[in-house]
Write a protein that binds this ligand. Structure first.
Ligand code: HDE
Length: 705
């Protein structure tokens, strides 16, 4: 049967004009403001539902240029994913200077207080592929592109201030080891396997970073609640050539927060996009996340007296030793229009610095400066990736580079070289010794040799300092994380070798891991290459010692049923709004519930789709009948037991008793983190209590193993 005009009667679907095809499918047609669909060549398309055929049941015709163009383009949609940091999420915003650094650097962006430049930030996990889950235990990328008036400045950092290795030549090995094993292609986005820990156990320089990734920093609650660090020591340089060393820090205004491991595992199933959804929701709701840019500034004299080498990326400089001075604020206030065009195609390069900022001889940084440009050529298909809008500078630019794949702005006119004698405008751009980038004229001499500085040899002291600076709760999490990871390692010798390094960090830590693994006896400590020293504790290294004073930006999950107390719900809505907290209702049906006063309230989640791991605190707002119903529901029971096990604050109305009982929350299980909401006036106190984020005292009770 052929498609005739009578088969294609327009039908109305909302405001749009819609046609029905022969197969009953609906499709819009152009009218009024709706543009006509075209091919890439601009040819108007009449039918986008059917290929051109020789008769309705005949073969498709090669002549169908619209179909061929469409499929050809589709076939080429994928580009190579990033070899590391494949899974990421970006947003636009701005950087505003709050403290001028004009006496320290000539960098234009750091001169005038109050001036803003556009910014783009991409957060990422490191090991997993593009489609992996958000809550892997991993470092997070924190890459910032500032579109300054003197060119793009990229600070390609992580949420951890140190790195696994000291020299770039080890990077391919390190990445091969952490990614899925090559014969079996698993595990995905996880370091809990033999290859990773084998490499680590043979690479003691990684110990400081291991403490960080095995701490709660490796499982952040959201991108909004983590710090960023450029890791390496950079240089600031003034117009008259004075140099100052600098370390860059991004501190979240929202405060630091992480989840617990069991929660992370469950979030990955319940919402693999937990972090990207969080950023999307916050920005769409106008809750723009903000970070303060801070710098640690120091000179050669400090560098010479510091216990470690400032060129060693496995070390940090404690904030207590060199305070972090505020410089500006970074605000993310706009999501991308298109994920691929912007977030996927953005190309960060550590070599992108601006006049007034320079590199140091950190061998990791030097290697990165080669790697990033090289990787963009492969990933983005040619040398013109700066022509893609997200990568293009937003200041004027003029050069004689031309041609290549995808060239969008070749030099205009006759001249494409210099020097030339054409003069004036016709001669094109000229170099500018006053304005142009000049490298800091550091004296360099030495023997050509493959060596590492003696000053890089201490691999344990800062790892110990990090561990000692944590609260007891955080130390326990590190013990549990390493035990978890090593329990996934199949080779006993690798497990023991890791413990031999832990002995140099903290004997209590080593013993706890050995006990957790069931090691029959402690191995000998790995012989350290340099004496391990006891450094003073650095409170800045702990998340819990630096918790937020507010519950703002967090999310409460309300398990709710028909007949729920209207007054308490109203109080929750009001208090949440005042505190800047998101309230999500989790109900037996997504259509929602009717409260005790008959008000209909839609739900955000249905019970099986809204486990408590998605929320920072929970409320059980049930009617008597509702509680009886949910007491027989496994998902509702898990909602409560998980919230309890993850040390969350739980508020409940007295009617919720049957569900609490089924979830085992009776008598001695009840603690100050489980709060009864007798009346609406108890709600503000509950939300205030939630500012502590977790009731950590409960944790020790729920971990018998
Ligand atoms: Fe990267 N890294 N890296 N890295 N890195 C890449 O560049 C590399 C390192 C970081 O959102 C790649 O465009 C080497 C440290 C982030 O697009 C690649 C070495 C830190 C991102 C690359 C390092 C980072 C990358 C892969 C050791 C924290 C994602 C795709 C010498 C300070 C940027 C790409 C984005 C991405 C190489 C070590 C952060 C291959 C060789 C240390 C945040 O070029």
């Amino acid at each position: 049967m052929s498609t005739t005009d009578t088969d294609r009667k327009p039908v109305t679907l909302g405001e749009e004009k819609v046609q029905r095809g022969a197969g009953g499918e609906t499709h819009q047609t152009a009218h009024g403001d709706v543009p006509t669909l075209t091919t890439q060549q601009g040819v108007p398309v009449a039918d986008d539902q059917n290929t051109l055929k020789a008769g309705a049941r005949g073969p498709s015709l090669l002549e169908d240029f619209h179909f061929r163009e469409k499929i050809f383009h589709f076939d080429h949609e994928r580009i190579p994913e990033r070899v590391v940091h494949a899974r990421g999420y970006g947003a636009h915003g701005f950087f505003e200077l709050t403290h001028s650094l004009s006496d320290i650097t000539r960098a234009d962006v750091l001169q005038r207080v109050g001036e803003r430049v556009p910014a783009f930030v991409r957060f990422s996990t490191v090991a997993g592929s593009k489609g992996s889950f958000d809550l892997a235990r991993d470092a997070r990328g924190f890459a910032v592109k500032l579109y300054t008036k003197e060119g793009n400045w990229d600070l390609v950092g992580n949420n951890i201030p140190v790195f696994f290795i000291q020299d770039a030549i080890k990077f391919p090995d390190m990445v091969h080891a952490v990614k899925e094993e090559p014969d079996r292609a698993f595990p995905q986005a996880q370091s809990a396997h033999d290859n990773f820990w084998d490499f680590i156990s043979l690479t003691p320089e990684s110990m400081n970073m291991i403490m960080w990734v095995m701490s709660d920093r490796g499982i952040p609650r959201s991108f909004r609640f983590m710090e960023g660090f450029a890791v390496h020591t950079f240089r600031f340089v003034t117009a008259d050539g004075k140099s100052t060393f600098a370390k860059f820090h991004w501190k979240p205004k929202q405060g630091l927060q992480s989840v617990v491991w069991n929660e992370a595992v469950k979030i990955n199933g319940a919402d693999p996009d937990f972090h990207r959804r969080d950023l999307w929701n916050a920005i769409q709701a106008g809750n723009y996340p903000e970070w303060e840019l801070g710098v640690q500034l120091f000179d050669d004299e400090f560098a010479d007296t510091f216990d470690f080498d400032i060129l060693d990326a496995t070390k940090l400089i404690p904030e207590e030793l060199v305070p972090v001075q505020p410089v500006g604020r970074l605000v993310l206030d706009r999501m991308v229009d298109n994920f691929f065009a912007e977030t996927e195609q953005v190309a960060f390069c550590t070599q992108n610095v601006v006049p007034g900022i320079d590199f140091t001889n950190d061998p990791l940084l030097q290697g990165r400066n080669f790697s990033y440009l090289d990787t963009q050529l492969k990933r983005l298909g040619g040398p013109n990736f700066t022509h893609i809008p997200i990568n293009a500078p937003k200041c004027p630019f003029h050069h004689f580079q031309q041609d290549g794949h995808g060239a969008m702005h070749n030099p205009k006119g006759r001249v494409n070289y210099e020097p030339n004698s054409w003069g004036g405008e016709a001669g094109g751009p000229r170099e500018n010794p006053q304005k142009g980038f000049t490298s800091y004229p550091q004296n360099v001499e030495g023997r050509k040799e493959r060596v590492r500085s003696e000053k890089f040899a201490d691999h344990y002291s800062q790892a110990r300092q990090f561990y000692k600076s944590q609260t007891e709760v955080e130390q326990t999490h590190i013990q549990q994380a390493i035990t978890f990871e090593l329990s996934k390692v199949e080779t006993p010798a690798i497990r023991a070798r890791v413990v031999s390094h832990l002995l140099n960090i903290d004997t209590g830590l080593a013993q706890a891991v050995a006990d957790g693994l069931g090691l029959e006896k402690l191995p000998d400590a790995a012989p350290p290459a340099s004496k391990v020293i006891d450094l003073p504790e650095s409170p800045a290294l702990s998340i819990l010692k630096n918790g937020p004073k507010t519950f703002e930006g967090r999310k409460i999950g309300v398990l709710i049923t028909n007949g729920a107390d209207e007054a308490i719900l109203e109080a929750l809505e009001k208090t949440a709004k005042a505190e800047g907290v998101d309230l999500e209702l989790v109900a037996p049906q997504i259509g929602g519930i009717k409260t005790s006063s008959g008000r209909h309230v839609p739900a955000g989640q249905r019970v099986p789709g809204g486990p408590s791991v998605l929320y920072d605190a929970v409320v059980l707002l049930l009617s008597e009948d509702g509680a009886k119903q949910l007491a027989n529901d496994a998902d509702a029971k898990d909602f409560v037991t998980d919230a309890y096990a993850h040390a969350k604050f739980i508020a409940h109305v007295p009617e919720a008793a049957p569900l609490l009982k089924k979830a085992g929350l009776t008598d001695d299980a009840l603690d100050e983190g489980v709060i009864t909401l007798e009346k609406p006036s108890s709600v503000p106190e509950f939300v205030k209590t939630c500012r502590a984020l977790r009731f950590w005292q409960r944790e020790a009770k729920v971990h018998a193993v």
